[in-house]
Design a protein around this ligand. Structure first.
Ligand code: 13P
Length: 250
C-alpha cells in the first residue's frame, strides 16, 4: 500500500462571487506550507475558470457533473468541460444532489465513471439520514450506497469516498469519533472485499460540520484520510486551521 496522503477538500456549494477569489488564493497559498496534505476547492461552476487562473496549479473542481460527455441537457455541465477549463476534481453524489435532485446510486455511479473517464479525480459522497442513524441502520445504508454507486473499475488514486452523515451537514452536530471510525472501517472493509488491495490506496474522507476545533480529532480517527468541508471552507481564516490540523497528523 502507498501511504495515503491526507486530503482536505472545500465544497463551496452555491456560495461565492468573483470577490471570493482572494480567499481561494489565500487558502492555496497557506496550503503550500503544508506539502504533506492535498488540498482542493470545489467552487460553483461559474468560478472554476477564474479560480484556475488565480491559483495556477491548484486542485480545483466541480461539485457535480452530468453522466454524458455532451448533449441536449440544458443547464448541465459535462465532466470533459470541467477538465477543459482546468478542473482536476469533481464531487459526485453529494446528499444535496441525491436528496434535492433525486439522484440514485446508478446516477451517481454513472457520474463517477464520467468524471474518471475525463481524467478527473472523483470524490463520491455517501451518508445516512438522521432517522436511519437513530434506527441503527447507518452502516447498512452507507454500504448499500457504496455498493451501488462505486464503479467497477478505477484508479484507486483517483477515487475517494466521502462519508457525510446528512444530519451532520451544516448543523454543528458530528458523530462520535468512534462512530466515524466504525463507519470508515466498514467502508474500507467493503471496498477491500470488492477490490482487494486497491482499497488500501483509496482515501475515505469525513464530512459534516468539520471545523478548526474538531478537525484534529476527526482526522485522527481510524481510516479517516481527510475531510470534505462546507461552511468552514469559505474563508481562509476557517479553512486553513483544518488544513494545518491534517498536516500535523502527516
Ligand atoms: P458543512 O461542513 O457545512 O457541514 O458541509 C459539509 C458538506 O456537505 C461538504 O460537502
Amino acid at each position: 500500500m502507498m501511504a495515503r496522503r491526507k486530503y482536505v477538500v472545500g465544497n463551496w456549494k452555491m456560495n461565492g462571487l468573483s470577490d471570493a477569489l482572494g480567499e481561494a488564493q489565500a487558502i492555496f497559498s497557506a496550503a503550500g506550507a503544508h506539502a504533506a496534505v492535498d488540498v482542493a476547492i470545489c467552487p460553483p461552476f461559474t468560478l472554476i475558470g477564474a479560480m484556475v487562473a488565480a491559483a495556477p496549479g491548484a486542485a480545483i473542481g466541480g461539485q457535480d457533473c452530468h453522466a454524458a460527455a455532451a448533449g441536449a441537457f440544458t443547464g448541465s455541465v459535462a465532466a470533459p468541460m470541467l477538465a477543459d477549463i482546468g478542473a482536476s476534481v469533481v464531487i459526485v453524489g453529494h446528499s444535496e444532489r441525491r436528496e434535492g435532485f433525486g439522484e440514485s446510486d446508478a446516477d451517481v455511479r454513472a457520474k463517477a465513471e464520467a468524471g474518471l473517464a475525463a481524467g478527473l479525480s472523483v470524490i463520491l459522497c455517501v451518508g445516512e439520514p438522521r432517522e436511519v442513524r437513530e434506527s441503527g441502520g447507518a452502516i447498512d445504508h452507507v454500504l448499500a450506497q457504496v455498493a451501488g454507486s462505486v464503479p467497477d473499475s478505477f484508479d484507486a488514486q483517483r477515487l475517494a469516498i466521502a462519508y457525510e452523515p446528512i444530519w451532520a451537514i451544516g448543523t454543528g452536530l458530528v458523530p462520535t469519533v468512534g462512530d466515524v471510525a466504525a463507519m470508515h472501517g466498514a467502508i474500507r472493509g467493503a471496498l477491500s472485499g470488492r477490490f482487494g488491495d486497491a482499497a488500501a490506496n483509496m482515501r475515505i474522507l469525513y464530512g459534516g460540520s468539520v471545523n478548526g476545533d474538531n478537525a484534529a480529532e476527526l482526522l485522527d480517527a481510524g481510516d479517516v484520510d481527510g475531510a470534505l468541508v462546507g461552511g468552514a471552507s469559505l474563508t481562509s481564516a476557517k479553512f486553513v486551521p483544518i488544513i494545518a490540523a491534517a498536516a500535523a497528523l502527516g
